[in-house]
Design a protein around this ligand. Structure first.
Ligand code: PMV
Length: 409
């Protein structure tokens, strides 16, 4: 029996992928750009064993066995990597042997936290390791067929997924822009509003947007081409101001298109909107842009912030969205940070927030009133992470399978 165990990161889109031109091959209508997050805080882990003695292909996700269907995305990824192995892999592991796959995430699955991206990237990377195929652009075309955004999780740092123009999708590949080491002080706070499964899957949502939104074509033709070029320049120059503006505008446009979809896709909730308003007020008070939000197909906020500004921002978040558990590692997860005690800037922020036209406190109160919940439970928890590297292989003692079965069996 041969086994490999690998981890792969989550990526968060800055210019969003939304809409397919080919459902089967998962070919997007526009380019997208993402940042890869640190695997210590968020990752998928996968073990794949191959043996002559296995009767069937089998797969367990978070210890639950899933059907391994012939026409599934899972099977498409397996066959895709096996096809590459046939052409240029090593012959160490026979392609006729069945595989057993176990995968888990160190964060909630399907909560709008890009778990499918990390999961499929990890699957494809692990299969490539099993069959002796080096990481290359072609592998990204296979990960793409698991979950579109998964192709971006095969690289660290900042990554662009080129939509491509060919019908067979050969040129719809992800390519690294710069590595994580280029902008190491780029940090992220994920404000988890809700970690339950999302209502409208991204597959259904984007399908509906492509057929009903009257704004989406304008985004594809006019907005994204210019935005991706400007974003790449901002990343290359480590220009946080431009980076932040593009990030927030693109998140807003994606949700505008979600609302322009008929029937609409509503992913942000009142707390999400309160967070967006809070970020604008915070930046205004600081006199410069210190924080940039982005929201995917769910209510959770991802806030980009430079390392040197994390503590101040967190203090302001705690003031606006207080939580008694702020000192607990269950509430504030991930990279350690000591929150600034309220001092001049935060006081300045708090004072201006009450007489600011974009009054976050008012939005906040409205959210609390409408949701009829305790203000202290508006955020479930916060994950602090930063830009990170791509997938990697772990040593065998990290295996999720023993003799081809999950540890719990
Ligand atoms: O790859 P999917 O099908 O999970 O779609 C991802 C869609 C967004 O997260 C909203 C945007 C993106 O580019 O990741």
């Amino acid at each position: 029996m041969f086994s490999v165990t690998c981890i792969a990161p989550v990526n968060i889109a800055i210019v969003k992928y939304w809409g397919k031109r080919n459902e089967e091959l998962i070919l997007p209508i526009n380019d997208s750009i993402s940042m890869t997050l640190g695997t210590n805080e968020l990752c998928a882990k996968t073990t794949i064993s191959a043996s002559e003695g296995f009767q069937h292909n089998r797969m367990w996700l978070n210890d639950e066995e899933l059907p391994f269907e012939e026409d599934s995305r899972l099977m498409r990824c397996l066959k895709g990597v096996q096809r590459l192995a046939l052409m240029n892999g090593s012959q160490k592991v026979s392609l006729s042997w069945k595989v057993h796959i176990a995968s888990c995430n160190n964060f909630p699955t399907a909560a709008g936290l890009a778990s499918s991206a990390a999961g499929y990237a990890c699957l494809v990377f692990s299969l490539a390791r099993l069959y002796g195929i080096p990481l290359n652009e072609e592998l990204t075309t296979i990960a793409r067929q698991g979950s579109g955004s998964a192709c971006r999780s095969l690289f660290g740092g900042f990554v662009q997924w080129h939509r491509g123009v060919l019908d067979d999708g050969r040129d719809s590949v992800a390519k690294p822009i710069v590595s994580a080491q280029h902008w190491p002080n780029m940090h992220v706070l994920i404000l988890v509003v809700n970690d339950e499964r999302k209502k409208t899957s991204s597959t259904n949502g984007m399908q509906r947007s492509v057929t009903t939104s009257q704004l989406i074509q304008h985004r594809v033709d006019k907005i994204v081409p210019e935005r991706t070029e400007n974003l790449k320049k901002a990343i290359e120059a480590r220009d946080f101001q431009s980076f932040a503006e593009i990030t927030m505008k693109d998140s807003n446009q994606f949700h505008a298109i979600a609302l322009d979809t008929y029937p609409p896709c509503v992913y942000m909730n009142d707390v999400s909107h309160a967070i967006a308003s809070f970020v604008h007020t915070y930046n205004k008070t600081m006199g410069t842009v210190h924080a940039a939000y982005t929201f995917d197909a769910g209510p959770n906020a991802c806030i980009y912030v430079l390392k040197e500004n994390v503590a101040k921002l967190l203090a302001a978040v705690q003031k606006e969205f207080p939580n008694d558990s702020i000192d607990s590692s269950q509430y504030l997860r991930g990279l350690p940070v000591s929150i600034d005690s309220p001092e001049s800037n935060i006081e300045k922020y708090a004072n201006s927030a009450t007489d600011n036209p974009i009054n976050t406190a008012a939005v906040h109160r409205k959210a609390i009133g409408m949701l009829n919940i305790q203000p202290k439970s508006l955020l479930k928890y916060i994950i602090h992470t930063k830009v990170g590297d791509g997938p990697c292989q772990l040593s065998d003692d990290n295996s999720l399978l023993i003799n081809g079965l999950p540890l719990s069996h």
